[in-house]
Ligand binder design. Structure first.
Ligand SMILES: Cc1cc2nc3c(=O)[nH]c(=O)nc-3n(C[C@H](O)[C@H](O)[C@H](O)COP(=O)(O)O)c2cc1C
Length: 217
């Protein structure tokens, strides 16, 4: 069970310390589409390369659909038992929406039309010239950031999550007819814990930090 009462927005320090990967969910617990949209909306406040927001969310909410996902995710039961499993995808053509994104920025008064036009032109030119493998890398980085924010946003509401790389990306694409411009980043199960996530150790931060690069080699 979640240690945090549902509907309670927790402070950052609590959220970041209490988030643990949960692999056993209450299969009867529903999270509404509206609440999932709120969580996804907060996740999408994450930073992204040139604000291109190339993430796309394939939400497995329907019970039968989650069952179809199960074998593709190495039969990790959380995929089916969680209220939803989100396949975070990266759109390698996502930069093409720069005009739309910057248009919203103009409408909201965040930028001038001139700035938006220039920014859009730069993005279309710059990203349009990149090879697919570089665009894929960008999508994976941005997809990772949005995924983390999704998990923290869920936790802030008292829900638990687990990120999953243990799935067959090719089969996911094939089974659900995902277009070739969308690259699977990870799956994230989200729901109400039936069994709390176990604590996991971390390396001392001093061992993974190199002041001015010293000791890195
Ligand atoms: C990219 C990525 C892929 C992961 N894949 C899986 C997975 O397929 N199945 C699983 O049970 N946990 C998976 N995990 C969860 C990790 O095992 C977990 O985050 C790690 O052990 C630290 O534990 P914590 O999340 O509770 O802090 C994955 C985590 C990440 C970041």
């Amino acid at each position: 069970m979640s240690a945090i009462p549902l509907d309670t927005i927790q402070d950052y320090k609590t959220v970041v310390r209490e988030r643990h990967s949960v692999r056993h969910y209450d299969p009867n617990w529903q999270i509404s589409q509206a609440e999932l949209m709120e969580i996804l909306g907060e996740a999408a406040l994450a930073p992204s390369s040139s604000n291109t927001q190339s993430w796309r969310f394939f939400v497995f909410h329907d019970k039968a659909l989650k069952q179809r996902l199960l074998p593709i995710a190495n039969n990790q039961q959380q995929v089916a038992d969680a209220s939803a499993t989100v396949a975070v995808l990266g759109d390698i053509e996502g930069y093409k929406r720069a005009g739309q994104i910057n248009g919203i920025g103009v409408d909201k008064g965040y930028m001038t039309p001139e700035f938006a036009e220039q920014f859009t032109a730069n993005t279309l030119k710059g990203y349009g010239g990149l090879p697919p493998e570089v665009l894929t890398r960008i999508s994976l980085v941005d997809g990772g950031l949005v995924s983390m924010q999704l998990m923290l946003s869920a936790k802030a509401r008292g829900y638990d999550t687990v990120p999953m790389g243990g799935f067959n990306a090719a089969k996911l694409v094939e089974e659900f007819g995902i277009p070739s411009n969308l690259v699977p980043v990870m799956l994230i199960a989200i729901g109400r814990a039936a069994v709390p996530g176990r604590l996991t150790p971390r390396l001392p931060v001093e061992e993974v930090t190199f002041w001015n690069g010293e000791g890195l080699k």
